[in-house]
Write a protein that binds this ligand. Structure first.
Ligand SMILES: [Fe+2]
Ligand SMILES: [Fe+2]
Length: 329
């Protein structure tokens, strides 16, 4: 090879967009092109221990020895590894190829490394994965909500005393929220919380739910588990978190006398404070196996009398305004 040709080759490898490192048969660095020299401190490192392949950053290392060992012990002539610089987010792909002489003897290794993705692209790629997961999670969440709505319908159909209760609570809660927050607000959470607030009753025996006459203390304690059971049914879907909390606390009372956590005042989630009024109103005006219904005006008076005691006074005002308007229409 003439000096001219050698110089030509040297220029050619120096102008490669990839970093080129050639190791001898012992794994020591024998040659680096310009790109590798610029970007790496590998010239001073022994490939048998650690070769810094973070050509741009010097921050991450790859155990080259283990790659070389794997390459020699497998029947493969090349191996490709990908590594990411955790600080810069840059991704590098290195191809390790065995160098053989004319008789097939191993005489060294060539490592070609290039950056395969800029941080911006990595961001998009990660975003795409997130988007896929979010879509999947939304679909699964949607399916679970549909199952819960069906379950709620089935639950009510086995208990004639509460037939339509959840939908009436839903409609009243949504009307109250719309009255206070305006029609432009997204009221989907209010609607779903209203419809599913008693879903935990699925764990209560129909014998108890439909028992005529007075319930025993033990039977009441079983019924009182339904808010916690309801919350636990919804917990697997992260986006139902706010609704699950409303379900858990819909029997809390403003003065702290409710259950399950005896929360008081604004410590009770707003959705639960709305549900408490809508649920009480519908329960009072519906026949239950253990008592007769009272009239709508009696129920309204009852709720008004308990503003600030059992119910949030601000939401009671909204409720009264709504009821007055409905009456005059
Ligand atoms: Fe309830
Ligand atoms: Fe209820």
């Amino acid at each position: 090879m003439t000096r001219h040709v050698a110089a030509l080759i040297r220029h050619a490898v120096d102008q490669l967009p990839e970093s080129l490192v050639i190791l001898d048969v012992h794994g020591n660095v024998a040659f680096l092109n310009q790109k590798a020299t610029e970007m790496d401190s590998a010239a001073t490192m022994n490939a048998r221990t650690h070769l810094n392949l973070g050509f741009a950053s010097n921050r991450w290392t790859s155990d080259v020895k283990s790659v070389l060992d794997h390459l020699r012990t497998s029947n493969r002539s090349s191996l490709t590894t990908t590594a990411r610089d955790s600080k810069s987010g840059r991704i590098f792909r290195s191809t390790f190829s065995l160098l053989q002489d004319a008789s097939g003897c191993h005489i060294g290794t060539v490592i070609l490394t290039k950056e395969i993705a800029a941080p911006r692209y990595v961001g998009f790629a990660a975003g795409d994965c997130r988007a896929d997961l979010e879509t999947l999670s939304r679909r699964l969440g949607g399916l679970l909500v549909e199952c819960l709505e069906t379950l709620s319908d089935v639950l009510e159909s086995r208990e004639p005393y509460t037939l339509g209760h959840s939908l009436r609570v839903r409609d009243l809660a949504v009307a109250m929220a719309r009255e206070r927050w305006g029609a432009s607000m997204d009221l989907a959470a209010v609607s779903l919380a209203g419809q599913l607030h008693d879903i935990g009753k699925v764990a209560v025996s129909p014998d108890i739910l439909t028992k005529p006459g007075r319930l025993t203390d033990e039977e009441w304690s079983i019924i009182r588990t339904h808010p916690v059971v309801g919350e636990s049914i919804m917990q697997p879907v992260a986006r139902l978190g706010e609704i699950a909390k409303a379900v858990r606390h819909h029997h809390e009372r403003f003065d702290g006398s409710g259950y399950p956590d005896h929360l008081a005042g604004n410590a009770i989630p707003a959705l639960a404070r709305i549900l408490a009024i809508a649920d009480s109103y519908d329960s009072m005006t519906s026949v239950r196996p253990y008592r007769e219904a009272i009239s709508p005006s009696e129920a309204i008076n009852e709720i008004q009398a308990n503003a600030g005691v059992l119910y949030d006074p601000d939401w009671v005002r909204v409720f009264l305004k709504l009821m007055r308007r409905n009456k005059s229409e």
